[in-house]
Design a protein around this ligand. Structure first.
Ligand SMILES: Nc1ncnc2c1ncn2[C@@H]1O[C@H](COP(=O)(O)OP(=O)(O)O)[C@@H](O)[C@H]1O
Ligand SMILES: [Mg+2]
Length: 312
């Protein structure tokens, strides 16, 4: 299966769009037959990774004589008008982002994968996501863990500076560029923040990641109150802190999440790590403040982590 690039685009700009037209095997047998044409080839017959909403295929993008390994994100579902709107919202928000801690979007291509669906094309990141990385590298030092958190905070701070809410901060949506550096990904639940425009922020229960989502997102019963805010990102960041500092998900087992969320409204203090000092725990409790506006801003999170990096 191959796709011929239709419009001009380049990787260096970081904001360019790949608009491609589909050539199936009957009209264009092999990518090599396309000669000088740039092409996108899906190299996996099945998805190689998946999340709550999408399947990820691996592929090769031929561009200017180079072969670039790419990931192709295809939303699961029938591509109804609602799904299309979701696809475009994610692609448009993602496509505007340019930051060293954010996975770039190379472009979108139609008719890819077995479903012949629209795909979002990004560089292939070999090392997997942060959840997987932490589970497989229990030896990471406290300094290494704080460095990961500082990078995640910087990426979220960048989003917030553009009035964008990530909406789904979890270890699964943070990729490891290498052993030390991260790339934030998955803008499927991202929103542009606009004061007093609650309809843009409403979500239905079940469309969030429970171990990381803020209680006001999970138990959102007031349609006039936007549940996704910069503060709900900060709450999730506190849960990512638990994950990075312990190497495990924020709750010890699935069935205790509801209990904790309804009682204390945040994860329990982990007992299996020496990395969570009282000072760090106090800070995490601040990120989980019951009233969202009482939580620190992402600037404060970054400042706290960077100024204390050698104290922990
Ligand atoms: N560019 C990429 N390179 C390698 N793996 C990726 C890439 N993008 C996503 N993944 C993997 O696929 C998973 C799902 O991708 P994601 O964008 O989070 O989809 P969803 O919206 O379904 O959660 C991620 O957790 C990660 O493990
Ligand atoms: Mg995801």
């Amino acid at each position: 299966m191959a796709i011929r690039v239709w419009s001009d685009w380049g990787l260096s700009g970081g904001r360019s769009w790949l608009i491609a037209c589909f050539y199936d095997n009957s009209t264009c047998n092999e990518a090599s037959a396309m000669g000088a044409f740039e092409s996108l080839i899906i190299t996996s017959s099945y998805y190689v990774a998946f999340g709550g909403f999408a399947d990820i295929y691996s592929g090769i993008l031929r561009l200017g004589g180079k072969e670039i390994p790419v990931a192709i994100k295809i939303l699961r579902g029938k591509m109804t008008r609602k799904d299309m709107a979701r696809f475009y919202r994610e692609a448009v928000i993602w496509g505007t982002l340019k930051h060293e801690g954010i996975l770039p979007l190379y472009g979108v291509a139609p008719n890819v994968g077995p479903q012949k669906a629209l795909g979002m094309i990004s560089p292939w990141i070999d090392k997997g996501n942060l959840t997987y990385h932490l589970e497989n590298h229990p030896q990471i030092s406290l300094e290494g863990r704080i460095s990961i958190l500082i990078q995640v905070a910087a990426a979220v701070q960048y989003l917030h500076s553009l009035s964008i809410i990530h909406g789904d901060l979890t270890g699964n949506n943070i990729l490891m560029k290498d052993d030390k550096n991260i790339l934030l990904c998955d803008f499927g639940l991202s929103r542009i923040w606009m004061d007093n425009v609650p309809t843009l922020h409403t979500t239905s229960i079940g469309k969030c990641n429970y171990p990381w989502a803020a209680p006001e997102v999970i138990f959102n019963d007031n349609p006039n109150e936007p549940p996704f805010t910069k503060s709900s990102d900060v709450y999730s960041f506190g849960c990512v802190m638990v994950q990075v500092l312990t190497g495990h998900l924020p709750y010890p087992t699935k069935n205790v999440i509801y209990h904790h969320l309804t009682k204390s409204r945040h994860p329990p203090r982990p007992t299996n790590t020496e990395f969570i000092s009282d000072e760090l725990w106090e800070f995490m409790l601040w990120c989980w403040a019951g009233i969202p506006s009482d939580r620190p801003s992402m600037e404060e999170v970054s400042a706290f982590l960077t100024s204390h990096v050698h104290d922990f």
